[in-house]
Write a protein that binds this ligand. Structure first.
Ligand code: SF4
Length: 217
């Protein structure tokens, strides 16, 4: 079966299981989602959702964060990974958002990437979640799961995974595919130990097929 056909089958299953997959990050505006996504790098969504209620209460809008001192921001996010660099990025992101975009979060992923702390992955998450753009964000879960299943077997980095998936996926499904693969990676196809017994796409998974062959040798 081709990679394209396998992905088609997997999408059918994901679509039945999770018709409208969504981000697990809590937010109330584009600016707040940008903050949450920046905080979520190398950190769990659960941890970020514990941090953001107080953070957003203190700095509800970009202008509030732009006016804050780094030491104030740090206090709110210190339980997150890499709090020093994230503090700097968040403050600089807010300052640039105020200066160059009048505080309005841009819709164009290229413009988003002009903001400190916002790289390709973050811009694609924001573009797809906020504006329904057909772009694919590749994070650690999407990367691992795509390679493991065999959808992008030779991909060595996120850009190669993105290209490989975009090549075989229907364009209008890309924003859902990101969430499906993340959620599958987070709860089933876990990094250290994939839960193949609870997985319902085994039929289309290269890793599973290989493991089965090994076991019957
Ligand atoms: S069968 Fe196992 S390795 Fe394959 S996607 Fe499912 S959990 Fe991951």
């Amino acid at each position: 079966m081709t990679r394209k056909k396998r992905l088609e089958k997997i999408i059918e299953i994901f679509r039945t299981e999770m018709p409208s997959p969504e981000t697990e990050l809590n937010y109330g505006s584009p600016y707040q989602l940008a903050v949450a996504v920046i905080l979520s790098a190398q950190c769990t969504d659960v941890r970020v959702n514990k941090i953001t209620p107080d953070l957003f209460k203190a700095f509800p809008e970009a202008k509030d964060l732009a006016a804050a001192e780094e030491v104030e921001i740090f206090e709110y996010i210190k339980s997150c990974s890499y709090p020093n660099s994230k503090t700097k990025n968040l403050r600089n992101m807010a300052i640039k958002l105020m200066k160059d975009f009048k505080g309005v979060f841009p819709e164009d992923p290229d413009d988003m990437q002009k903001l400190p702390g916002v790289g390709r992955k973050t811009a694609h998450v924001l573009g797809s979640v906020l504006y329904g753009q057909n772009v694919l964000a590749v994070d650690t879960h999407v990367h691992r799961v795509s390679v493991r299943i065999g959808l992008t077997p030779k991909a060595k980095n996120p850009v190669q995974v993105e290209r490989g998936l975009v090549e075989i996926a229907p364009e209008d499904i890309l924003h859902h595919l990101h969430h499906w693969l993340i959620l599958h990676g987070r709860y089933t196809c876990k990094a250290r130990k994939p839960q193949c017994k609870q997985c319902n796409i085994t039929e289309y998974c290269s890793y599973f097929t290989k493991e089965q062959k090994k076991a019957t040798k």
